[in-house]
Design a protein around this ligand. Structure first.
Ligand code: ADP
Ligand code: MG
Length: 325
């Protein structure tokens, strides 16, 4: 069904790859995985009203639905190759559906093309607006970065800045427009709608990071997963959290701290590195443009603890973190 829609998607996302023997158009795609590599596979669904507000620009939805998946490959240290797309679209007049598809495909392609990612198939159905993307990438055997493997004494680092996307969402919910506030709102909303998957950083961390995760649910939650899987605890220094000037300009110090600790959707990488490798890793990630900030360390124990400016441990039940849950 929907051949014309599928053709529109195919035209707008065309990406030649030798290893795609048969792409969109048959009952299944055929691909030739490179010999001697492992496949890294991930899927994520974005539902309107849950993962993005109703009224989000279709191009932003296209970009983000791929970005969240590429971020999963980045955090594994994998390089992307192929994607599948399952689209559920509301019943609407044909021109609305076409406009949505054109915008969606444009945003998707803007991110797919620089990474040479080929869309090789999918499914299209009717229902509430929902987008599932599955991605496939390659990683040399045994070199994938996982959530397990951190050691006590390892340094905890994070790429980029934290809290921007959650700040952008709060601004949108307050009815902010992107042309407000000296470009601050525009920057923060862009960080929400157009996250940058840290693929090059993920590759650079292979063989050096002992554990890695992408920050989708918030630093506390996601670093908590590294703790669980590595059977350790983590101590974070709140004053070290990397925060953008735009976040600090739009929110008071304490809100900015809480957004950085508990806000989701940043898609930065949080990872652990033995102390002896920190300087060289920071140098490499600075050259890649995202940088990496040291925010704490792994310790024997359980769970994530956060120390404030005065050296006091913050309460795990601190109220500012609740409404991010
Ligand atoms: P079938 O009924 O055999 O599953 P479909 O009509 O669902 O076939 O799909 C026809 C072709 O179009 C398949 O190759 C499928 O992978 C592709 N396709 C369908 N929907 C999408 C989509 N949203 N994005 C990319 N490819 C799609
Ligand atoms: Mg089908």
């Amino acid at each position: 069904m929907e051949f014309r829609l599928i053709d529109r998607i195919r035209e707008r996302t065309a990406q030649g790859r030798e290893d795609v023997r048969l792409g969109i158009g048959d009952d299944a795609a055929l691909v030739a995985p490179p010999a001697g590599q492992e496949l890294a596979i991930a899927i994520d669904t974005l539902v309107e009203g849950v993962h993005f507000p109703a009224g989000t620009d279709p191009a932003d939805i296209g970009w983000k639905s791929l970005a969240v998946n590429l971020s999963d490959l980045a955090s594994m240290g994998a390089s992307p190759a192929w994607a599948l797309l399952a689209l559920t679209l509301p019943r609407q007049p044909a021109e609305h559906v076409q406009a949505f598809i054109d915008g969606f495909a444009e945003g998707f392609a803007q991110l797919a093309q620089p990474h040479r990612l080929a869309l090789i198939g999918g499914d299209t159905t009717r229902g509430g607006l929902s987008v599932s993307v599955a991605v496939h990438g390659f990683v040399p055997p045994g070199e994938a970065l996982t959530r397990a493997g951190a050691r006590a004494g390892d340094v905890v680092l994070v790429t980029g800045t934290l809290g921007d996307a959650a700040a952008g969402l709060q601004l949108l919910q307050r009815g902010a427009r992107v042309d407000e506030g000296d470009g601050r709102a525009a920057f923060l909303i862009e960080r929400l709608n157009r996250p940058t998957p840290r693929l090059a950083a993920g590759l650079a961390l292979r063989g050096r990071a002992t554990a890695c995760i992408d920050v989708s649910d918030g630093l506390l939650a996601d670093l908590g997963h590294i703790c669980e899987e590595s059977s350790l605890g983590a101590e974070i220094e709140a004053p070290l959290l990397p925060r953008s000037p735009m976040l600090l300009g739009a929110f008071d110090e304490r809100s900015a701290r809480d957004l950085a600790l508990a806000g989701g959707d940043d898609y930065e990488l949080c990872f652990t590195v033995p102390p002896a490798l920190v300087a060289e890793v920071q140098g490499d990630l600075a050259r890649l443009g995202c940088g990496a900030t040291r925010i704490g360390r792994m310790v024997e124990g359980y769970g994530v603890r956060v120390r404030d400016e005065q050296g006091h441990w913050l309460e795990a039940t601190h109220r500012g973190w609740d409404h991010f849950a």
